[in-house]
Write a new protein. Structure first.
Length: 153
């Protein structure tokens, strides 16, 4: 499911519901099919997201230290220091982190907060996304997927 954030000041952002749920939860908003943030809510929301990003980055650094990783962060490596095959360059070496996921919304919040008193951000999705539907589980009696054919035909 996709969630569309639209700002009266900056435009729109579209993201997957699981990412939107993570970000909206960090700022204390419910993950309903439609929602709104007023100008007064925007800067505190952006600050909450920045704190969540800082906490996540600290957690990732701690995990890296525990694993004994001494690999420098990407921004510490110069392009000419690393020789990468083009095929390897297309494969990410790590999943998208919270900072990368949050940045577009943080930017939208901070830029929209600079607008007039009627500035707002709304989001819309096809349905509430508090909890997304679970994938079907395997049927233990047939050993197959959740949809199985009758034994006689």
């Amino acid at each position: 499911m996709l969630v569309r954030f639209t700002s009266s000041q900056t435009g729109e952002i579209i993201m997957f519901a699981n990412t939107a749920r993570l970000l909206l939860s960090a700022i204390g908003k419910r993950c309903t099919a439609e929602g709104v943030m007023t100008r007064d809510e925007m800067l505190p929301a952006a600050a909450n997201l920045r704190r969540a990003v800082e906490a996540e980055m600290a957690r990732l650094e701690m995990i890296a230290k525990e694993k004994g990783c001494d690999k420098p962060a990407k921004d510490e490596v110069k392009d000419d220091d690393v020789k990468v095959d083009e095929a390897e360059a297309e494969i990410p070496d790590q999943p998208v982190n919270l900072a990368q996921q949050a940045w577009p919304l943080i930017d939208m919040l901070e830029r929209s907060a600079l607008g007039d008193e009627k500035s707002h951000i709304v989001w819309s999705a096809p349905a509430d996304f508090e909890v997304l539907p679970q994938k079907p589980t395997q049927n233990p009696t047939t050993g197959g997927g959740s949809c199985s054919r009758p034994a006689n035909g």
